[in-house]
Design a protein around this ligand. Structure first.
Ligand SMILES: C[S@@+](CC[C@H](N)C(=O)[O-])C[C@H]1O[C@@H](n2cnc3c(N)ncnc32)[C@H](O)[C@@H]1O
Length: 217
């Protein structure tokens, strides 16, 4: 099963550095891959979010690569890791321990492939961590997870509780509707990045992406 999924990911993706963190090579579905333009029913993967590097995740990883102190010697949880770029950035910047978490097991396998591709090791987990206290973690990374209002509500309340318990919560987001004005009042804007043209083409209408820290109360 694992071998089969690994082979499928390798077969249907191509290496890419055409994003905000070219230091990190990622296997993604790119315009050079047949699946890029194939009908959905021809894809062996259901909802392959992990096969794209989302603008929010790009902001999270870029910020970490430019601000090593935020993760160095700290224990990091990358929630909704997708392709694993946030985890890889944290491992590059000497986090003490990095756990790439996604409820999609294919995402976790893709993250392991990408970590190995970049010569580093990360841990993975497919449990739904939302609502948990996450005692063992010090930094929580969120990349582009505010795309659905119902989910955003649950996610944001949990992240606020984590911050109240002393965690650092970093949120990368290109302006999704779930990161509402009232939620932004709890955040500090740490960085704004212009997206590369390849990412703009993939994400119709988005030209920049931002990185926020959730304020402690
Ligand atoms: C839009 S993608 C973002 C992926 C990556 N962070 C990035 O920015 O490139 C959202 C990811 O969140 C994952 N996800 C959704 N609900 C989740 C949950 N409750 N716990 C962990 N991951 C979840 C999805 O499987 C998907 O991989």
């Amino acid at each position: 099963m694992l071998k089969n999924l690994t082979a499928q990911i390798l077969r249907h993706t191509a290496p890419s550095r055409q994003h905000l963190t070219p230091e990190i090579a990622l296997r993604l579905i790119t315009p050079s891959c047949p699946l890029w333009s194939a009908p959905v029913e021809d894809s062996p993967f259901k909802d392959p979010f992990w096969a794209f590097y989302w603008p929010g995740g790009q902001a999270t990883a870029r910020y970490i690569l430019d601000n090593k102190q935020v993760v160095k010697n700290r224990v990091v949880l990358d929630v909704g890791c997708g392709c694993g770029a946030g985890s890889i950035a944290a491992a590059f910047m000497e986090a003490k321990r990095v756990v790439a978490n996604d409820i999609d097991e294919v995402a976790v396998i893709a993250s392991l492939i990408n970590a190995e591709f970049n010569g580093i090791k990360i841990e993975t987990n497919t449990e739904d961590m939302i609502g948990r206290r996450c005692e063992e973690f010090e930094v929580v990374l969120i990349g582009d997870m505010f795309y659905d209002e119902e989910f955003a509500k649950v996610l944001f309340e949990w992240l606020k509780a984590l911050t109240e318990n002393g965690k650092t919560v970093l949120i990368g987001d290109p302006g999704r509707h779930g990161l509402t004005h009232s939620r932004r009042e709890h955040l500090s804007l740490l960085a704004t990045y212009q997206l590369p043209k390849e990412t703009c083409l993939e994400n119709h209408g988005y030209t920049e992406t931002t990185l926020w820290r959730l304020n402690s109360v």
